[in-house]
Design a protein around this ligand. Structure first.
Ligand SMILES: [Zn+2]
Length: 281
């Protein structure tokens, strides 16, 4: 099934694309936050009391260009108990976009579940999934995962998803507030990983933020100090989360989170004097 959802942001368009999803027990998902702490937040759990963990990417149409933010799990073997095989390309097709149309692939960070569809094909001869694109990565993020020393196990499989891009001379390393088009700019939100960025889409008086993993679940709008164990520097990630939520709230901006349950997009809201989140319909 194709899973995509389109929404206008001024003159630009943002399209949520679902690669796959799975359910997770809420207790312990955020460090020190056990099942009881979820009692006020039943609305964010499914009928079985599970937290939906979506794997999603976002396509931006801006100034005649197609920008893809993150590339999901990909076709490669993975240890997850998924509800459907990763199907980003089918979701794109449903939205009327072919892999050849992608001009830029932008990365929030390089975890394996955000870089999987960089390539596809045979394990020993992977090909670029988006053959006409430049793949844009923050220098700090690239240096961290490719530099010396032990790395967490959730990094990119270099030979499979990065080496072919380097070999094809399609990798572009950038720093900080990189401008992709006049409507799309990177916003540094470090903490989840060292070089993590979100992306702002600003057009004709409207704005949207593609969060990446600066926030993992909508409940964090109400509980911004909750952080998952895979935030490498939780003090930094919490600071980044407060910053981007405050900004979005002031601007009544659309928020897009790849791990938020599909359609993965909505607006900051206020319920009983606390910040919350309202999905687009
Ligand atoms: Zn992630």
């Amino acid at each position: 099934m194709s899973r995509f959802h389109k929404i206008a942001v001024g003159d630009a368009e943002l399209i949520a694309l679902q690669d796959s999803w799975t359910g997770r027990r809420p207790g312990g998902f955020f460090v020190g936050v056990e099942t009881d702490a979820w009692r006020p937040y039943r609305e964010w759990l499914d009928d079985e009391g599970l937290l939906t963990h979506n794997f999603g990417c976002f396509l931006i149409r801006s100034e005649g260009q197609h920008l893809l933010v993150d590339t999901g799990l990909g076709q490669w073997p993975n240890p997850l108990d998924l509800q459907q095989p990763p199907s980003l390309l089918e979701a794109m097709q449903g939205a009327g976009v072919s892999p050849d149309d992608i001009d830029l692939v932008l990365f929030t960070h390089l975890h394996w579940d955000h870089t999987g569809w960089n390539t596809r094909g045979e394990e020993n001869a992977p090909e670029l999934t988006f053959p006409n694109a430049r793949y844009v990565v923050q220098q700090k993020e690239y240096d961290f995962w490719t530099g010396p020393g032990d790395k967490p196990s959730n990094g990119p499989a270099f030979e499979r998803v990065l080496a072919p891009i380097v070999a094809a001379d399609r990798l572009e390393l950038v720093s900080g507030e990189y401008t992709a088009t006049t409507e799309v700019v990177a916003v540094p939100t470090p903490g989840h990983t060292p070089g993590h960025v979100s992306f702002a889409v600003v057009s004709a008086g409207r704005s949207a933020y593609i969060l990446g993993d600066a926030a993992n679940k909508p409940v964090q709008l109400t509980e911004p100090d909750w952080y998952p164990s895979f935030d490498m520097d939780p003090i930094e990630s919490t600071k980044s989360r407060h910053m981007i939520f405050d900004r979005a709230d002031q601007e009544n901006a659309l928020l897009a989170g790849g791990h938020f349950a599909f359609p993965s997009m909505g607006y900051p809201d206020h319920v009983d004097g606390r910040r919350s989140f309202r999905y687009v319909t």
